[in-house]
Design a protein around this ligand. Sequence first.
Ligand SMILES: C[S@@+](CC[C@H](N)C(=O)[O-])C[C@H]1O[C@@H](n2cnc3c(N)ncnc32)[C@H](O)[C@@H]1O
Length: 152
Amino acid sequence: MKLLLAAVGRAKNGPERALFEQYASRLKLPFDVREVEEKRPLSSAERKAREADLLLACVPAGAVVVALDERGKLYGSEDFAAAYGGWLERGAPCVAFLIGGADGHGDAVRTRADALLSLGKMTWPHMLVRAMLAEQLFRAQSILDGHPYHRA
Ligand SMILES: C[S@@+](CC[C@H](N)C(=O)[O-])C[C@H]1O[C@@H](n2cnc3c(N)ncnc32)[C@H](O)[C@@H]1O
């Protein structure tokens, strides 16, 4: 079992990347990062469809797919830990978290996704979303392990 982050855009060196790496390095499961990019000038609809294809091409067959989407399901951290534990127990080769581009996810991602995860109703910059996701995964791991990092 491993974790995968597939995301539109390339992370530059900077505080968002450092924060992501700080939390990702605390995860016990291997956490692979795949970045995709479409540089051709496309309409918004074409771009979303193309980015969806690129993201889904990163996902191994049988993976649990969780798409990060502001219109997705809102969880408290303990509920998220329970959901995360359930995804890990499905016997899938990987749990894949997908972060979209400036126009959001294409329909193919929403159709394939086993879950749509919201980090709140506000729109966050995609590089911050990576860091926030990594922190919540570390928090979920701590909750599942009974580690005191999380205080209810
Ligand atoms: C700049 S946002 C794109 C927002 C776009 N207008 C939309 O409708 O999704 C880039 C990506 O960051 C992620 N994202 C941004 N805010 C989020 C939130 N509140 N919850 C979950 N994911 C979020 C999503 O994966 C989104 O595709």
